[in-house]
Design a protein around this ligand. Structure first.
Ligand code: COA
Ligand code: AMP
Length: 645
């Protein structure tokens, strides 16, 4: 089929208001909006001003009203404990109402913040929707973060309530959440009024009733038995739906704020046009609700579009084997799968020939979408060969909430180009600029930016931090949103994303800040200064690697200090940081103005060609770092060589 992409993109360019108005008309509003886009409101303008709606209504109740109440909305599959469940739209409404009733009993209403710190279980999704139903603002915290990170988020958003579970399940271990939550609540300056705790069979947590702990299941059951009805609360289109914290360049995470109206309109549009699914189709985003992929494509977008969404607790490998993804696809007749390339690298590592595919019926699968990190061509080609469906690399980030650049399966695929994420989606006018803010010639590497205004569904600001948002994203390139990614646009407008321009790394598809890790390393009493860089990893894409310089006169065993620093990062940030390597070094390489040469260190560690920077203070230090890295097994790849400047 001839792709409709260019026509649709041109329609948007010609009249963005008409484009988004038409998209908005497919959803239900209590009160129609006055203007599609009001440039005078918010930091860069606001979408659907004057409109009133409810996201939960549009995700669930709307489908029931349209007579689709008995169709499947959520499919739950745990490869960790074998649990399976299916919920129709009608059942999902009941589940959500019961949780909303409990929240309401505890005084949660429009605008109140609720932190959700839960594993991948249906109650987590229903809790998010219960908040949306009440007009409360949820902030989901990924289970792999430790107490300090959780406390930071509770404090920053001023959470009134926390919803959590007794434990998460990781391969080979049960992860007790409650001690982490208790520690976080003790640390937080803003104490939540109550913590709703869901007890899982694998581990029962002792509840601190005196601190406001409430048994989730018991409280929810009471409301179910009573049949308590909780109607959706109309909220302004511009009211916040959620805050999702993501790594910034410091240890203080950025609270990305998403509104109700723009978010639902944009996400709804993507399901048919980008992902090519129709109401009733089964869509599976194999991610976690703690990340933006989970928010957008496990929870909101598929439900808004009337799809059945798969909630999967498990890993692509080891739970129990590298055929798990194929089992889920075949058991539930998944039409479109979305995951991070690292998941496929893991499967390929365990099962290079992909033989397990033959044990399952994957005939319903029509496409695989990849995002979250750069897709290496070998993995992409492997996935294509094994699955025999188009494999579509697309690019977006927590801030945007939905794809900036993709090959739109629903509009008809465009020709693929190796290493490229294809074309900008309607709403995004993508350009590539040099550091001075001028467009670079096609084919030249530069800063990828999006011309303002950002389309509906993108962040409206950082929580309580408009100025930080302006400074971080809008100031460097006036009139544009800075994506902090570097890339190339070719003659035909195809975009290839190459690397971050800041200190964010992508580790197993998880976004991590090396700056935040440096802050933690520096907390160790023996550490004078430190640097953390991302080094290439065949499975996870990148993993963090730390370098610490010890304070004068520290004479303790260096290996012991290294272990302590690793433990410190794990206990402060969490296991998700995947911080396993740190090296004591005598000095860090710096420019004469004192800037640590992280980029050059990274090249050395990755075995890439590197040159001695002209501005270096003491060239001998880089040679020292190079030899330490080689002793530790890095910097060995062919070409890992110092080139003459
Ligand atoms: N709760 C508690 N701990 C968690 C966790 C959670 N929700 N998620 C991860 N962790 C822990 C892991 O158990 C691991 O702990 P360990 O150091 O004791 O082994 C650590 O955090 C690092 O996790 P991860 O980087 O995910 O490594 P892994 O070896 O457990 O799994 C992959 C590697 C590739 C299989 C896995 O990361 C994966 O499937 N990724 C792709 C899909 C994805 O989720 N992408 C997200 C964005 S789309
Ligand atoms: P997150 O906010 O966690 O979704 O991470 C977003 C970042 O991941 C982006 O800014 C990119 O650096 C990277 N990323 C996401 N998708 C891609 C992709 N398809 N190709 C290259 N990098 C990507």
């Amino acid at each position: 089929m001839q792709s409709k992409y260019f026509d649709i993109y041109a329609n948007w360019q010609a009249d963005p208001d008409a484009f988004w108005r038409a998209a908005a008309e497919k959803l239900d509003w209590y009160k129609p909006f006055d203007t599609v886009f009001d440039a005078d409101q918010g930091v860069y303008g606001r979408w659907f001003v004057g409109g009133e709606t409810n996201t939960c209504f549009n995700c669930l109740d709307r489908h029931v009203h349209q007579g689709r109440g008995s169709e499947t909305s959520l499919i739950f599959d745990s490869a960790m404990n074998g649990a399976r469940a299916r919920f129709t739209f009608e059942e999902a409404v009941s589940e959500v109402q019961a949780i909303a009733a409990v929240l309401r009993n505890h005084g949660v209403g429009k605008g109140d913040r609720v932190v959700i710190y839960m594993p991948m279980i249906p109650e987590a999704v229903f809790s998010m929707l219960a908040c949306a139903r009440l007009g409360a603002v949820h902030s989901v915290v990924f289970g792999g973060f430790a107490a300090h990170e959780l406390a930071t988020r509770i404090d920053d958003c001023g959470a009134k309530v926390v919803i959590s579970a007794s434990c998460g399940l990781e391969p080979g271990r049960v992860v007790p959440y409650k001690p982490l939550l208790d520690h976080a609540v003790d640390m937080a300056k803003t104490k939540p009024e109550i913590c709703l705790i869901l007890q899982r069979d694998e581990l029962h947590a002792p509840l601190r009733y005196e601190h406001g702990d409430v048994d989730f299941r018991h409280a929810v059951e009471v409301e179910k038995v009573n049949g308590t009805v909780v109607d959706c609360v109309p909220v302004a289109a511009t009211d916040p739906l959620y805050i999702l914290y993501t790594s910034g360049t410091t240890g203080q995470p950025k609270g990305v704020v998403r509104d109700n109206g723009g978010h639902m309109v944009a996400l709804h549009w993507t399901m048919e046009n980008v992902y090519g699914v129709k109401p009733g189709d089964v869509f599976w985003a194999a991610s976690d609700i703690g990340w933006v992929v989970g928010h957008s494509y496990i929870v909101y977008a598929p439900l808004l579009a009337g799809n059945a969404t798969v909630l999967f607790e498990g890993k692509p490998v080891g739970t129990p084997d590298a055929g798990t993804f194929w089992r889920v696809i075949s058991d539930y007749d998944v039409k479109v799968l979305f995951t991070a390339p690292t998941a496929f690298r893991a499967i390929r590592r365990d099962e290079p020939e992909g033989d397990l595919v033959r044990d399952y019926d994957l005939s319903g699968l029509q496409a695989l979408f990849l995002a979250g990190e750069r897709a290496d061509p070998e993995t992409l080609k492997w996935a294509e060969r094994v699955l025999q469906v188009p494999v579509i690399d697309h690019w977006w980030q927590t801030e945007t909430g939905w794809p900036m650049v993709a090959n739109p399966f629903g509009l008809g695929l465009l020709p693929f180009k190796d290493g490229s994420t294809t074309q900008p989606m309607p709403g995004y006018a993508v350009e590539v600029l040099n550091d001075e803010g001028h467009p670079v010639p096609r084919g030249t590497l530069g800063n990828i930016v999006v011309k303002l205004p950002l389309p509906p569904g993108c962040l409206v600001s950082f929580w309580n931090a408009d100025e930080r948002f302006r400074q971080a994203c809008l100031t460097e390139f006036p009139g544009y949103y800075k994506t902090a990614d570097a890339g190339v646009m070719d003659e035909e407008g195809y975009i290839s994303v190459m690397a971050r321009t800041d200190d964010i790394i992508n580790c197993a598809g998880h976004r991590l800040s090396t700056g935040a890790m440096e802050e933690v390393c520096a907390m160790h009493p023996d550490v004078a200064e430190c640097a953390v860089i991302g080094v290439a990893d065949p499975l996870k894409g990148q993993v963090p690697c730390g370098f610490v310089v010890l304070k004068n006169r520290v004479s303790r065993d260096e290996a012991a200090i290294e272990r302590e620093v690793v433990d410190l990062v794990r206990s402060e940030i969490g296991p998700v940081a995947a911080f396993r390597t740190v090296m004591v070094v005598k000095r860090l390489p710096k420019t004469r103005s004192g800037k640590i040469l992280r980029g050059t260190m990274q090249k050395i560690a990755d075995g890439m060609p590197w040159t001695m920077p002209a501005t270096i203070d003491d060239p001998a230090i880089l040679d020292e770092i190079s030899s330490i890295l080689q002793q530790r097994g890095y910097a060995r790849a062919p070409g890992g060589i110092k080139e003459s400047a």
